[in-house]
Design a binder for this molecule. Structure first.
Ligand code: SAM
Length: 294
């Protein structure tokens, strides 16, 4: 899985004969989609602890902090509205939705070496067309150290090379993700804008950058800006407003006194999480809360 090598590797598992990918790209797949990028705070490992708490039925599904999309792909609601403030991520979802084959074809041309990684990392995403931008995003995600998306204040990707020998993508999964995204409304921007159209009978799942457990954490570096305490307070106020409007919601966050106080009027379920994207091993096992307004 995680192969750390002191030497840059020149061969990628993606560098396979072209015909093989052509065959796979035209195969009709009926696979259930999973995240195709590794994401800090990704919920893939927690699905079985989260989704059973969701309402049995609802009109539309809203997920304003979509990240890697683990919960969206797992719930597969036919009427979904997904959003994130990370524009590059949303560009990637749009490209995969519209033409995953072109994104895959571009990925096949990107070599997994440190030199190529540093060259590709230096290219500003805005200078590329949508397909290449998406391919670079997936490439950097799969080849960077620990799959961490982190940008500096200028919005430039600044994660070091990871030297992993792994596939950039699974064609069947990319096809399934594309199909799932075709049925969704994909938005970009702040979480408040994402739920403007929410109505009674709809359900929203919020998975914001977590309130810090103490000390410096890179977890909230998903975008050029930071998710600060005031954004947590603003989110809690929005949740209260949605409750008054008869909208059901669930929210994940760290099990901290600050979050417990913010949501004290609501039901809370403790979820056990294992954070893999954390350099300090003693901080990898943390409890999370699932706050529910129903
Ligand atoms: C904890 S992650 C979500 C992880 C996701 N549930 C998954 O399984 O991969 C939080 C997400 O919030 C996004 N974000 C940060 N600030 C935001 C804001 N103000 N509005 C909307 N999204 C924001 C980040 O880009 C990041 O993708």
């Amino acid at each position: 899985m995680l192969l750390l090598s002191p030497q840059p590797m020149s061969i990628s598992l993606n560098a396979q004969p072209e015909f093989q990918f052509n065959i796979e790209r035209t195969t009709v797949v009926s696979k259930k989609a999973e995240p195709f990028v590794k994401w800090a705070g990704g919920k893939q490992a927690l699905i079985s602890q989260l989704v059973p708490h969701f309402p049995k039925s609802y009109t539309r599904y809203f997920e304003p902090f979509i990240g890697g999309g683990a919960v969206f792909f797992a719930t597969r609601h036919s009427k979904a509205v997904i959003s994130d403030q990370n524009e590059w991520l949303i560009d990637t979802y749009e490209a995969v939705r519209d033409n995953w084959q072109a994104v895959a074809a571009k990925l096949d041309t990107l070599p997994n070496t440190k030199t190529d990684y540093l060259r590709i990392r230096a290219i500003l995403p805005k200078s590329l067309d949508l397909v290449d931008r998406a391919a670079h995003f997936v490439y950097l995600n799969k080849t960077c150290f620990r799959g961490l998306f982190r940008v500096n204040r200028q919005g430039q990707y600044n994660v070091p090379y990871g030297a992993y020998d792994r596939r950039y993508y699974d064609p069947a999964n990319l096809a399934a993700a594309s199909a799932a995204l075709k049925g969704a409304t994909v938005l970009r921007g702040d979480y408040e804008a994402a739920v403007v159209g929410v109505n009674e009978g709809d359900f929203a799942y919020f998975d914001p950058p977590y309130y810090k457990l103490g000390g410096y954490s890179d977890f909230n570096r998903y975008t050029a800006g930071q998710f600060r305490e005031r954004d947590q307070v603003r989110l809690a106020a929005l949740c209260n407003e949605l409750t008054e409007r008869g909208v059901k919601w669930a929210l994940s966050n760290s099990d901290t006194p600050f979050i417990r106080a913010l949501y004290k009027r609501y039901r809370m379920v403790t979820v056990n999480a294992r954070r893999e994207i954390n350099l300090k091993s003693q901080e990898r096992d943390v409890a999370e809360l699932l706050v529910l307004n129903y």
